[in-house]
Design a protein around this ligand. Structure first.
Ligand code: ATP
Ligand code: MG
Length: 389
């Protein structure tokens, strides 16, 4: 009898050819996230061995592609062995007189001599003989004993839901513009959930912004790594761009001009890491720079695909998600990001591309982009330490 963890995966509509790649990537991601644990690929599920650490389930609940996980006892596919495993699990819940229970069997191995209902009945009968205090109940039993019969049999009582989605790495790569705010970390999480490997890019503006504001972004990347795996954070200095814009561009167009230069720098970073897409945390109508016209003008600065996964979400939905992901409490730390010091008093909410391009003509855009890239710093935040380790 061996204690294992069963991991179920799968996404409705996943095509056959993609399936093998999906499972292989999920297994790789789990090996990286669960040091010391053996990951076995078995037909339609994964079996984890040596997975006794308390943080294993926590990690599984943050690994995209996992539908659910169950700590289970693996035994030979024979009634006596299943009975012994079931006894162990029932004893663990210390049943009192009247504790309700149910056995539910799935027989994937159709060569097994008994049908599923027959196994339910026989195991139920044997368990009650051993634990006379048990009472059978089909609806909402306190102890729901599940038995999966395959080439081995798995007996378990718990099913922990995973985050679903696609394993990170199956969906290509994107560069994400990560501020210290609430939205962009959620945007990263959202595309990572669809299998995209994200390279976060942050613009910081010393001396207008402090070292602490950069540390805050590093911390955000650390929290996101618990979901997305390790990520390198690219940090680019941007104070010179802000200075040039303040000097030469009419105040209402500051934000859109700044964002367009960010997109150009991001495009160059994307070329370096081989990414065909950019990601931002923009959400329609949230602030002056997030109208359709402003987004169109910003998007026109790059030929790359720009993903705005939060575009249709309101602030409350985004905030709730940030809380669930764990980035919210970091995002609300007070350290200013470069743009809060750079907010025009009366921003132009519906800029035309033509007026933005005219405003930009007074700037040496290629020079500003090169200067930003020359100051690139790539930070590899520490891999998340297992909780409780
Ligand atoms: P967030 O909460 O992500 O900061 P926001 O609602 O504050 O978003 P803006 O400040 O208008 O919106 O920024 C829009 C998007 O531009 C951000 O979601 C982010 O993708 C990008 N961005 C803004 N500032 C920076 C920065 N300093 N570094 C990198 N990206 C940034
Ligand atoms: Mg912001």
């Amino acid at each position: 009898m061996e204690r294992v963890v069963l991991v179920r995966y799968g996404e409705i509509g996943l095509k056959r050819a993609n399936r093998a790649a999906f499972v292989a990537q999920l297994a790789r991601n789990l090996r990286a996230a669960l040091p010391g644990v053996r990951v076995e690929n078995r037909f339609d599920h994964l079996v984890l061995r040596d997975a006794h650490a308390p943080w294993v389930l926590e990690r599984l609940q943050r690994t995209f592609g996992v539908v659910s996980a169950s700590p289970a006892l693996e035994v030979a596919p024979q009634l006596d062995a299943m009975e012994a495993a079931a006894q162990v699990l029932v004893a663990e819940v210390a049943p009192r007189p009247g504790t309700t229970f149910k056995v539910e069997t799935h027989r994937r191995d159709k060569t097994f001599p008994l049908t599923s209902p027959e196994v339910d009945r026989e195991l139920g009968r044997r368990l009650q003989a051993h634990f006379p205090q048990l009472v059978a109940r089909m609806k909402d039993p306190e102890v729901h004993l599940r038995v999966d019969i395959r080439d081995r049999a798995y007996v378990y009582t718990q099913v922990h839901p995973g985050p679903r989605g696609l394993p990170v790495g199956t969906g290509g790569r994107a560069v994400a513009l990560l501020s210290g705010g609430i939205d962009s970390p959620v945007a990263i999480w959202t595309v990572a959930k669809r299998g995209v490997q994200v390279t976060p890019l942050h613009f910081h503006a010393p001396p207008f912004t402090s070292e602490r504001s950069k540390e805050k972004v590093v911390r955000l990347v650390e929290v996101l790594s618990e979901w997305c795996g390790p990520m390198d954070l690219w940090v680019v200095p941007f104070a010179h761009v802000q200075r040039a814009i303040r000097e030469r561009v009419a105040e209402p167009l500051w934000t859109v001009t700044l964002r367009r230069i960010m997109m150009r720098v991001a495009e160059r970073v994307a070329q370096r890491v081989g990414a065909p897409a950019l990601v931002t945390g923009e959400s329609l109508g949230q602030v002056a720079s997030q109208t359709l016209e402003a987004m169109a003008a910003i998007g026109a600065a790059t030929r790359l695909l720009v993903l705005r996964p939060l575009v249709g979400m309101d602030k409350l939905e985004i905030t709730r998600l940030a809380q669930r992901i764990g980035t919210y409490e970091v995002s609300v730390l007070p350290y200013e990001d470069c743009c809060t010091l750079f907010v025009p008093r009366r921003p132009r909410t519906r800029p035309t591309l033509q007026e933005v391009e005219e405003a930009e003509a007074s700037l040496d855009v290629p020079g500003l982009v090169e200067e930003a890239l020359a100051g690139v710093e790539v930070i590899s935040p520490a891999a998340p330490a297992p909780a409780g380790a």
